[in-house]
Ligand binder design. Structure first.
Ligand code: SF4
Length: 403
């Protein structure tokens, strides 16, 4: 199959048993069919199952085609059932040998799922229970001997399973506004780690490259100058952010980065590697805007985001709880974080998360099922005809985007 592995994996955390399943030809003929196939696999695995998945076009040269997603079985809209997985997570997941992975059951002790070269296993890791999300990521990379392993980690907040806990992707938070981390905590799952060393087939690589290059050019002409996070939020235009800005970086295949790295502990102009943890990568627009509205300085906003990431706590929910007693400062935030999160509630205005960029939530689900970043495509304009035209040479068939 082009742009696909043609199989999915399954792991039951209760028994540690793993399985591989072949996928039938044409299972991903449309975003709707693809999501239905994942839902069927989840249903087969049991009532409590969930899935992490790459998208149909993840790893292609369609602009910003690096996304994956985590899919939960929940009542409500697609926005509350799908959490984007950005950066390089979606691509690495697809290159690990599976199009998606279904997870069911609960482990008897803490540990993480480790996927590479078509192999899935549960690695017992009792020592990781006391670590924060950064410690869990470091531990896995050290144990498996590869600093480029992609890690989706829960933090200590997930242990009490509040809806305000948040998954952290390779140290950074922003995607999980729907409490997926609580799902990890309830299973004693500290992280999912994977490394992609596989290859993907394309029907006509040259044709795909030419069509993609043309679309990149059109998008960049329309999007104008890129200013990193400030191109996506006026809150980040404050000069306090400019003084701390080190660089802006993009996820896989994105020509218009929104991820800005701010240095807190050394001069932002220092380009070489200096302090061990010099700052934090910010792309959580909703959190930056909410924390700014509480009159926190840019330095304090970034400090709050970094501390929340370590605890695996959603920053808007944390700040909402901290502000219940009046003015918010770093000390009030830290008190909430150290409470462990038990009983804390999610800020309900956030439930749409990255879907907030779309008027129609079905466009959000389509975007993720295709493996495209919803933030990028909301800004560039969700052009289904162009996506179909550019992806056709890669897939060898015109995808049925609206069925
Ligand atoms: S818009 Fe931002 S989150 Fe989306 S692909 Fe680009 S850099 Fe990543």
């Amino acid at each position: 199959m082009n742009l696909a592995n043609g199989r999915y994996g399954e792991i039951d955390l209760s028994s540690g048993e793993t399985q591989e399943h072949d996928l039938e030809e044409g299972y991903a003929r449309s975003p709707t069919a693809f999501l239905s196939r994942i839902d069927a696999a989840i249903a087969d695995a049991g009532e409590d199952a969930m899935a992490i998945s790459s998208g149909i076009l993840t790893g292609s040269l369609v602009p910003a085609a690096g996304a994956g997603f985590l899919r939960l079985v929940r009542d409500g809209s697609e926005a509350e059932s799908m959490c984007p997985l950005l950066g390089f997570v979606g691509v690495e997941l697809k290159l690990s040998g599976f199009d998606f992975l279904v997870i069911s059951g609960k482990a008897s002790g803490h540990g993480y799922i480790w996927i590479r070269d078509g192999i899935i296993e549960f690695v017992s890791s009792p020592g990781s229970a006391s670590l924060d999300s950064w410690g869990r990521t470091d531990l896995i990379r050290s144990e498996q001997g590869d600093g480029r392993i992609q890690v989706i980690a829960a933090g200590s907040w997930a242990e009490s399973q509040p809806p305000s806990s948040q998954l952290i992707l390779n140290y950074w938070g922003g995607e999980d506004k729907i409490g997926c981390a609580a799902e990890f905590g309830s299973r004693k799952l500290t992280a999912i780690a994977f490394r992609g060393m596989g290859e993907l087939d394309l029907e006509d690589s040259e044709g795909h490259f030419a069509a993609s290059s043309e679309l990149y050019g059109k998008h960049l002409a329309g999007l104008g100058e890129n200013r990193g996070l400030a191109s996506f939020s006026s809150a980040a235009e404050h000069e306090g952010y400019s003084e701390l800005l080190h660089r802006s970086i993009a996820c896989y295949g994105c020509p218009f980065p929104c991820r800005s790295f701010y240095k807190l502990f050394e001069d932002a102009s220092v380009k070489e590697r200096g302090a061990q943890e010099p700052g934090y990568l910010v792309y959580d627009v909703a959190a930056v805007e909410f924390l700014t509205s509480l009159e926190l300085s840019p330095r304090d906003v970034i400090t709050v985001l970094m501390r929340c990431a370590r605890f695996g706590a959603e920053p808007v929910s944390v700040a909402t709880a901290a502000s219940a007693g009046g003015a918010v400062d770093i000390a009030a935030i830290q008190n909430v974080l150290e409470s462990g999160g038990a009983g804390s509630s999610a800020n309900s205005t956030l439930r749409r998360g990255f879907a907030d960029s779309f008027e129609d939530v079905s466009d959000y689900a389509t975007c993720l099922a295709l493996g495209l970043c919803p933030r990028y495509w909301a800004k560039a304009g969700m052009d289904l005809e162009a996506i179909g035209r550019v992806s056709e040479p890669a897939l060898g068939a015109l995808i049925n985007i609206v069925d």
